[in-house]
Design a protein around this ligand. Structure first.
Ligand code: S0N
Length: 293
């Protein structure tokens, strides 16, 4: 259905994307993740590819996700990133319990890590919208990953929840505090203390997801949302994301928002006058710039 934007700009395409697999330059081959870009339209898709474990992540999975998010950030042709899980049974079931050791999840090097916490920050700081495309279970650390994405498009078979207190874990960072911002304090305490699972419609009512669509329309609808965002000003989206983060992230959030102000100032004549004067070994002349009300 055309919405108000559709009437102004024409309907957003519902055509399938022409996905092309992308090798992550100068990295090892991806084993746990699939990385694709939709040719010619600025969408990157990152797929956790461990369906036999309901897309649970081990340290290697998180490392590969980080490489892909880094590529998507650095590529100026990418405007939106989609995070999803392989198959229709799970988006992600959290940390791989079979490799959980003392102090974190243990990788091939024998070292225990909680590197998913760095991934959460990376997704939040990525100056482009990140969309979680959720089919099946998004539970435990997988639920936290969808929460730190900017938007969530859920299939009607999606199931959400925190399992931590049942399996002896918890996320006292964004997994708790950002959740409370999304669903409110009472509901966040319910989600964590009771560790229940919630279906897609309930998650929608709680404000955990943006929309719910039939499973067979999940990617189609996600692409429509991505394409609609890609029509809009990338700088506006970038600064808005930083502003919404800043309201929660304290000094780190202000630093992110402030960085955007610097980025814009460097593009202005006033900002350039200071640099130019320094290079020309003369005093800067800022007198011509208005002190706007
Ligand atoms: C997802 C569930 C509900 C799916 O049930 P279903 O469909 O009945 O499938 P199963 O038969 O249970 O599973 C199929 C196979 O997949 C394996 N598997 C599933 N999930 C995991 C997992 N998380 N780790 C390892 N293996 C998994 C099953 O074992 C099965 O394999 P086989 O057939 O060989 O037995 C259901 O599977 C389920 O409940 N899974 C466990 C969900 C869970 O408890 N996840 C971990 C929760 N905790 C965290 O993620 C920690 C998060 C966290 O709080 C945190 C905090 C601070 C810092 C970091 C973290 C962090 O994110 O790690």
């Amino acid at each position: 259905k055309p919405n108000s934007y559709g009437r102004v700009h024409g309907a957003v395409s519902r055509e399938p994307a022409n996905w092309r697999r992308i090798p992550v330059v100068a990295r090892e081959d991806l084993t746990d993740v699939i990385y694709e870009k939709s040719i010619g339209e600025g969408i990157a898709k990152i797929t956790i590819n461990r369906p036999e474990r309901r897309n649970a992540f081990r340290p290697r999975t998180v490392q590969e996700l980080s490489w892909c998010f880094s590529d998507a950030r650095e590529d100026p042709d990418v405007g939106v990133v989609v995070l999803t899980g392989a198959g229709s049974l799970a988006f992600c079931s959290g940390g791989d319990q079979s490799v959980r050791g003392q102090g974190g999840y243990v990788g091939a090097d024998g070292i225990a890590r909680l590197n998913v916490l760095d991934l959460q920050i990376q997704i939040r700081r990525l100056p482009k919208p990140v969309v979680a495309m959720v089919a099946g279970y998004a539970v435990g650390g997988g639920h936290i990953l969808h929460m730190v994405c900017d938007l969530t498009i859920a299939a009607d078979n999606a199931v959400f929840g925190q399992t931590g207190p049942k399996v002896g874990s918890f996320d006292a960072g964004y997994g708790s505090t950002h959740m409370a911002r999304l669903v409110g304090q009472k509901k966040a305490r319910e989600m964590w203390f009771l560790a229940r699972l919630y279906d897609a419609q309930e998650a929608h009512r709680m404000g955990l997801v943006n929309t719910v669509v039939p499973l067979d329309k999940l990617e189609e609808e996600t692409l429509v949302w991505c394409r609609e965002m890609l029509r809009n000003s990338p700088t506006a989206l970038r600064v808005l994301k930083a502003a919404l983060n800043a309201a929660e992230d304290g000094q780190a959030g202000i630093q992110e928002l402030g960085g955007n102000a610097t980025l814009l100032f460097y593009q202005s004549e006033e900002g350039n006058e200071g640099r130019q004067a320094y290079m020309e070994k003369r005093p800067p002349n800022f007198s011509k710039f208005k002190r706007l009300p």
